[in-house]
Design a protein around this ligand. Structure first.
Ligand code: UD1
Ligand code: CA
Length: 466
């Protein structure tokens, strides 16, 4: 029901001083995606009526990092605190009277099911404000939850303002809130900045609500790892590990074998088919998709790669923005650069580099070859040391090679040039002109032999030292 729709405020204006970075904190990458896009993706799953992102520090670059049009951006000119940040979003909620969920751009692992449960509880209890809490073994850095003798919440104290005794409290504020819009903005208006940091603290709406006899509820998150915030690079690394474990666990659950999950790095946007086997030190980045029954031996660095079923990547390959059809074998030590498309059962062997290369079914280039800006047909064999010379220092040119062509080792194809079907290129040929189908092409060079030459040379050079 539209009436029940929730609004979302995502706080992302802070600089993140503790990161010691020129990059705004929320743009630091977590498993291949800027930090704040993680909670944003979760918020979107709730199908909210409105999403407002409060930005400030590095506002332009933060805004540019998200391409969707389903959010409103609000600028917080000066970062005067989380309470001030949330208040900046008010203009966008003028005509809105439902509940508002507040998330932090630096709390990325929060799960949709947890938010659903929290919103349900908020509505069941008809609370004005519900805040998420967690019990931590090491609560350092978080705001602590103060409770009265009856166990009811009585306030939140920030680490910087906490007494030694308060610091012993292990129940912390997760920084996730649900509040009715009316209560929220009225309470935020009243927040003062009388604290250690001289900031307007969002959590202060708890005491303001209590003074007004509003119902304030707390929702305890089961797995505290979900609500971990990132303030330092060390926390970022720890969180990357947590998220990686979550992602790896998901793929193993879906039927993918990971030889060494500890050294398998899979970005969130990646998909992998069943019974695919992934060796150690494999990075699957960006929008990489991998089919079923593929085998990745190890040390692979794939970015936006598309592998159909039963592709075999031998040890050590780098593949960027390329497509590989089923049955192909690539590596070891191969580099497929952007715009490469391999047909079915293609073999790309050791020390082969391809770029903007379309290679037909069953074609092989097994050793030491550069295939740049070329189209190659089916069942062709590219001999060792073949080079497509695609660049004259000014422009790039294409090479076209037909079906069933035999390119002898150490051949040089100077683009633009085209070889018809069934051409036979003799070893060590330099080709400058198009070759018609079915032809043999070779460079007329006489082979000469001088018998006994080596011995005569050595005699002559006797007495000379290098
Ligand atoms: C905040 C809470 C703390 C809680 C913790 C949970 C406050 C005062 N404290 O502390 O109780 O335990 O989160 O992670 O809220 N931001 C702005 N504008 C500002 C300041 C911050 O947009 O002026 C944004 C930041 O970009 C960040 C979020 O608000 O995404 C939280 O700010 P941060 O400074 O990290 O708060 P914490 O000190 O972690
Ligand atoms: Ca934080």
């Amino acid at each position: 029901m539209l009436m029940n729709r929730i609004g979302v405020i995502l706080l992302a204006a802070g600089q993140g001083k503790r990161m010691r970075s020129s990059l705004p904190k929320v743009l630091h990458s977590l498993c291949g995606k800027p930090l704040f896009l993680h909670p944003l993706a979760v918020a979107q799953k709730l199908q909210p009526g409105k999403i407002v992102i409060v930005i400030g520090h590095g506002a332009e670059s933060v805004q540019r990092s998200y391409v969707g049009t389903d959010v409103s951006w609000v600028i917080q000119e000066q970062q005067l605190g989380t309470g001030h940040a949330a208040l900046c979003a008010r203009t966008v909620f003028n005509d809105f009277s439902g509940d508002i969920l507040i998330l932090s751009g630096d709390v990325p692992l929060i799960m949709q099911s947890t938010l659903d449960a929290m919103i349900d509880m908020h509505r069941d209890q008809q609370a004005a404000l519900t805040l998420m809490t967690a019990h931590l073994d090491d609560p350092k850095g978080y705001g602590r939850i103060l409770r009265d003798d009856y166990g009811g919440i009585s306030g939140i104290v920030e680490e910087r303002d906490a007494s030694e005794r308060d610091k012993q409290i292990r129940e912390v504020n997760a920084g996730v809130y649900v509040a009715s819009a009316d209560f929220l903005f009225a309470a935020l208006e009243r927040v003062k900045n009388h604290n250690q940091q001289g900031e307007y603290y969002l959590p202060d709406i708890v005491t303001i609500g209590l003074a007004q006899n509003q119902k304030i509820a707390t929702f305890r998150v089961n797995d505290p790892r979900e609500m971990m915030g990132i303030n330092t690079r060390e926390e970022l690394a720890a969180m990357e590990k947590t998220l990686r474990e979550r992602i790896n666990g998901k793929w193993m659950e879906a039927g993918v074998t990971l030889k060494d999950p500890q050294t398998t790095y899979i970005d969130e946007g990646v998909t992998i088919g069943r019974d695919t086997l992934i060796g150690s030190n494999t990075h699957l980045r960006g929008r990489t998709t991998i089919g079923e029954r593929c085998q990745i031996d190890g040390s692979a660095y794939l970015t936006d790669a598309e592998l159909e079923d039963e592709v075999h990547l031998l040890f050590s390959v780098v593949i960027t923005n390329s497509r590989i059809a089923s049955g192909a074998i690539v590596g070891p030590f191969a580099h497929l650069r952007p715009g490469t498309a391999l047909g079915r059962n293609v073999h790309i062997g050791n020390f082969v580099e391809a770029k903007q290369a379309t290679i037909g079914d069953g074609t092989k280039a097994n050793h030491l070859t550069y295939l740049g800006d070329c189209t190659i047909g089916r069942e062709t064999n590219i001999g060792a040391g073949t080079i497509t010379c695609n660049y004259d220092g000014f422009k790039k040119y294409r090479t076209t090679i037909g079906d069933r062509v035999q390119v002898g080792s150490d051949s040089t194809l100077i683009a633009p040039v085209s070889l018809g079907d069934d051409v036979y290129v003799a070893t060590a040929t330099t080709i400058r002109h198009d070759v018609p189908a079915g032809a043999l092409v070779f460079n007329g060079r006489e082979e000469r032999v001088r018998e006994g030459w080596t011995e005569r040379k050595r005699d002559k050079m006797k007495g000379f030292k290098k």
